[in-house]
Design a protein around this ligand. Structure first.
Ligand SMILES: NC(=O)c1ccc[n+]([C@@H]2O[C@H](COP(=O)([O-])OP(=O)(O)OC[C@H]3O[C@@H](n4cnc5c(N)ncnc54)[C@H](O)[C@@H]3O)[C@@H](O)[C@H]2O)c1
Length: 265
């Protein structure tokens, strides 16, 4: 089930959090994984965990917002692994948590350059390699873009984040239409609130604002998820693994919401 045996995957932002867990799940299911990230130290820990579990992975340091970095990362995948079958555009940063009136154009551009431009560049540069190997698999090549529930709904003090994640949702559909004839599938994943270092950053900030604020923040988020808990990294990584595998071969241009019921309300 959900096998990606023999496939080659690139996971951006794969050093930690959702990307780190996704890299581990893909490696466990038999894929060779290229982790790309700015964070070398955390990436090396993840690589170690994969190797200890008997998986195969490499690290390439790159910034998803820089086009030349993408060209170099894709070349590295070709040189080291011989191509690409799966690309998980996961790298992203959290909202600047400012109201629109106080949000500088520079902050807006900085966030969207990572969360949206980074996904565009990842798709653009991976296409030639994905196209080459797509005929080998019943499910073809697979691109999975990590959006958010905030790609469907707005949030206060989250304008740039929501805009970037909504952009990822429709970029996914446009790419899916363009690439279907090349046997490359493109889908988006929309996590609810997941317990990762990114979310913990928000908890710590709430705690700094006032004592006990961190726990209050967690409780308020949990209350918005009908299943009554935060998401776990595995919840998202398992969904990505499914979309990466041939089991999802009839799925393209669609949204997989993994949110404990958040958007059903
Ligand atoms: N955690 C959540 O609740 C949640 C919810 C919805 C969507 N998401 C999305 O999931 C993705 C992963 O989030 P996470 O919670 O694991 O965050 P995280 O901060 O734990 O991990 C993100 C990783 O991306 C890397 N990264 C950031 N900017 C980069 C850049 N310019 N180039 C290369 N790497 C870069 C970071 O170094 C980090 O290792 C993000 O796109 C995020 O928006 C997260």
């Amino acid at each position: 089930m959900n096998s990606v045996e023999g496939k080659i995957a690139l996971v951006s932002g794969g050093a930690r959090g959702l990307g780190g867990m996704t890299a581990k799940k893909l490696a466990e299911a038999g894929a060779k994984v290229l982790i790309t990230d700015l964070r070398e130290e955390e990436a090396l820990v993840t690589l170690d965990e994969i190797a200890t579990a008997g998986g195969e992975a490499l690290f390439f340091k790159h910034d998803v917002a820089i086009e030349e970095d993408w060209a170099a990362a894709v070349k590295f995948a070709a040189d080291q692994f011989g191509g690409l079958d799966i690309v998980v555009n996961n790298a992203g940063v959290a909202s600047a948590a400012k109201p629109i009136e106080k949000l500088s154009l520079e902050s807006w551009r900085q966030l969207t350059s990572i969360n949206l431009d980074g996904v565009f560049l990842g798709i653009k540069h991976a296409i030639p390699l994905l196209r080459e190997r797509a005929p080998m698999w019943s499910g073809g090549g697979s691109i999975i873009n990590i959006s958010s529930i905030m790609g469907f709904i707005g949030g206060v003090r989250s304008a740039a984040y929501c805009a970037s994640k909504g952009g990822v949702r429709l970029l996914t559909k446009a790419a899916a239409l363009e690439l279907a004839s090349s046997k490359i599938r493109v889908n988006s994943v929309h996590p609810g609130f997941i317990d990762t270092p990114l979310l913990r950053g928000g908890v710590d900030a709430a705690e700094r604002r006032h004592e006990g604020g961190g726990q209050k923040y967690v409780d308020s988020i949990v209350a918005r998820h009908p299943v009554g808990r935060l998401g776990r990294e595995e919840d998202i990584a398992n969904a990505v693994r499914y979309l990466a595998s041939d089991d999802s071969s009839f799925m393209t241009g669609t949204e997989m919401v993994v949110d404990g019921g958040y958007l059903a309300q």
